[in-house]
Design a protein around this ligand. Structure first.
Ligand code: ATP
Ligand code: MG
Length: 641
């Protein structure tokens, strides 16, 4: 029976007598034994029995014992093997030695020889194993060190990307440099571009006072040479110390910090006391750390630049005299300046990031956002509590969001009012004398004979007085509408009014050879409106379409009802309106730059239209392309607003 601490010896010998002998002797020496006569069985047994030692016969039934030994040693390099030879032959022994088999036995077998050979073989195997173990421990230690280095570098990488605090990052870089090179001190020097000197931006194990006052020129210093040449410097006992350092050191390593080929700093470690030299490996490590420092410095620079740009922008926007509201693409507030805060009573509260609708409830602003892109002007007026009136313009800003600009137009509004009052008074006072003139002119013809020339003059006087009268009428209409007189509303059949208006213009249309198309739904619901003003509105729009379309044009009036709104469009294929004029054509007396003197007009028609529509809580806008035509769109609430 084999006990547990008995070592097992495998005998691979082809001669049964030798096997028998060996078995007996080994057992009597206290070993467990297993034997087999050939190579193949041996190879199977080996991993299963894991022998402490193998006896190998020189000749086996299926090959040479030495070739089996080679195979065994390839798999278990430190396996102890004793070769059994029939007789000592120098060739065989030489080959055995080459393979690392140190022990052999031959007949006659003696117990003491056997014992000694076993002891030797086992001892040698033990020594080999130990050597392997020591080597592998050394390798593991090396790996561990590399792992530590990697870990330090990764940790630093995280600090660099995760922190915008430059002091913190650079100190971490220097600390890692000291740690990874096992140095006594470390420092990070940066070039002061103004003075051309190097100062210490971060340090480890230097006295604070020293760090603060440290300044060395680039010329004639070791650190300076790194800046000048962009090469790292490694100093130890063997290096001739020609170049001055700011302090005495035993060994030192400096690597450059550079960005796009421009060297602007130095990362260094040194030893003042111990004489441990730095190696090429340390240069590599320090270079990697220097990269981190460069990234951190560049990050900080970019961040500072961004912040300063942002501050500049904010200062500009807060200091301008116009109000500014900036929204992001989700309609959350990015910026609101003091003008707006003050005008809309928003106080000092921090509002950035909040949804637009949560902060602003002014219908004018909300409607601007809703109708964005649907109207040409994107403008509205906003009255605030203190009585001021702002003109609000909304503009989409690509990749940012939306901007509202508010300009105070209170004084312009006042002027406008004064002008309206003035125009109203004057036109009112003009109307009576004009009527008188017309009356008397008519009387001239009746008062006696006149010649043809006189008749022609009278005609001209009549035409001119008519023109002035219609201008005065327009002015009075506008005055009345703007003043909000005549606000009576009744159920109005818009389609009828459109047909009446078109009939009234038939003659003029025919004169110019225009083609008029009316596309209205068969049953249009009545709307609540002022019938006189509706007629004025349609007349004015048709008059424009007719006047600003060259002979033979097509004018279309189309209408439909959508939800509780009537949408009307007057479309012509006339001269169009230049885009620069578009925002102003609803202003009083404004005429587009392409209107020629033959297209007589005062610039009041559309102002009247706009006032009427505003009185009905509707909306009007224009789309036009020069040379192609104009479309005026009107939206009126069926309920009359
Ligand atoms: P009024 O209507 O008072 O006789 P007007 O036609 O010049 O004068 P508006 O009706 O207010 O004034 O129109 C303002 C300007 O807009 C016009 O002078 C013209 O330049 C331009 N305009 C208006 N409608 C059209 C249109 N359908 N096609 C081209 N331009 C137009
Ligand atoms: Mg007109």
């Amino acid at each position: 029976m084999m006990t547990q601490n008995q070592e097992l010896i495998l005998i691979v010998v082809s001669e049964p007598q030798v096997t028998f002998l060996l078995e007996r002797m080994l057992k009597s020496l206290g070993y467990a034994v297993q034997s087999c006569p050939d190579r193949q069985t041996a190879l199977k047994l080996l991993p299963a029995v894991n022998p402490a030692l193998v006896f190998l016969g020189e000749k086996l039934s299926d090959g040479s014992g030495l070739s089996l030994a080679g195979e065994v040693l390839r798999r278990f390099p430190s396996a102890p093997i004793i070769l059994f030879v029939a007789q000592e032959s120098p060739e065989v022994l030489k080959s055995a030695m080459r393979m690392g088999i140190t022990e052999y036995l031959c007949l006659p077998l003696r117990a003491e020889d056997l014992n000694r050979a076993i002891k030797n073989a086992l001892e040698i195997a033990r020594l080999r194993k130990e050597a392997v173990l020591i080597e592998s421990r050394r390798a593991t230690a090396g790996l561990q060190r590399q792992l530590d280095e990697l870990e330090t570098l990764t940790r630093l990488g995280r600090t660099v990307t995760g922190s915008l605090d430059l002091d913190h990052v650079l100190t971490a870089v220097v600390e890692a440099a000291v740690e990874l090179t096992a140095a006594e001190e470390g420092s990070l020097l940066l070039l002061d571009e103004d003075t051309g000197e190097l100062y210490m931006r971060a340090a480890r194990n230097f006295q604070e006072e020293f760090v603060r006052t440290f300044r060395i020129p680039v010329q004639d210093t070791l650190a300076g040479s790194v800046i000048r040449n962009g090469q790292s410097v490694l100093l130890d006992d063997n290096t001739p110390q020609k170049i001055k350092t700011a302090y005495l050191v035993q060994s030192l390593l400096y690597v450059p910090l550079s960005m796009n080929g421009h060297v602007f700093g130095v990362l260094g470690v040194d030893n003042r006391q111990n004489r441990l030299p730095f190696t090429d490996h340390h240069i590599k490590l320090l270079n990697a750390l220097a990269e981190f420092a460069v990234i951190a410095i560049e990050n900080a620079r970019l961040y500072a630049a961004t912040i300063s740009e942002q501050r500049k922008m904010e200062t500009v926007l807060t200091s301008v005299r116009d109000g500014v509201i900036l929204l992001d693409q989700d309609q959350r507030l990015v910026l609101v300046n003091n003008v707006v805060r003050e005008a809309l009573g928003l106080g000092e509260e921090r509002l950035t990031g909040r949804p637009f609708r949560e902060i602003f409830n002014q219908p004018a602003l909300l409607e601007l956002i809703e109708t964005l892109g649907k109207t040409v002007s994107n403008r509205t007026e906003l009255s605030v509590e203190d009585g001021r009136i702002f003109s609000v313009q909304i503009s989409p800003i690509p990749e940012v969001g939306l901007a509202f600009t508010l300009s105070d137009i209170t004084s312009l509004k006042k002027l406008d009012q004064i002008k309206s009052d003035f125009v109203h008074t004057v036109s009112h006072d003009l109307r009576s004398p004009l009527t008188a003139i017309l009356g008397y002119v008519e009387l001239i013809e009746r008062a006696g004979n006149i010649n043809d020339l006189q008749r022609d003059f009278i005609r001209r006087v009549q035409v001119s007085v008519h023109n002035i009268t219609s201008l005065v009428d327009d002015l009075l209409d506008l005055g009345r509408i703007e003043a909000g007189f005549d606000t009576r509303k009744e159920s109005v059949q818009l389609d009828q009014i459109i047909h009446y208006s078109a009939d009234g213009l038939r003659k003029k249309l025919a004169e110019k050879g225009h083609h008029l198309q009316i596309n209205l739904p068969t049953s249009m619901p009545p709307i609540l409106a002022n019938p006189v003003q509706m007629r004025q509105m349609i007349d004015n729009l048709l008059d424009n379409a007719l006047k600003y379309t060259p002979a033979g044009g097509t004018i279309t009036i189309s209408g439909h009802v959508e939800k509780s709104q009537v949408i009307l469009q007057v479309i012509d294929n006339g001269i169009g309106i230049p885009s620069l004029d578009l925002p102003y054509i609803f202003d009083k007396f404004y005429r587009a730059s392409n209107a020629t003197p033959e297209m007589a007009g005062t610039g009041l028609g559309l102002a009247i239209v706009k006032s009427i529509i505003e009185g009905h809580q509707g909306r009007v806008w224009v789309d036009s392309t020069v040379g192609e035509g104009t479309t005026i769109t009107i939206v009126l609430p069926v309920s009359g607003g």
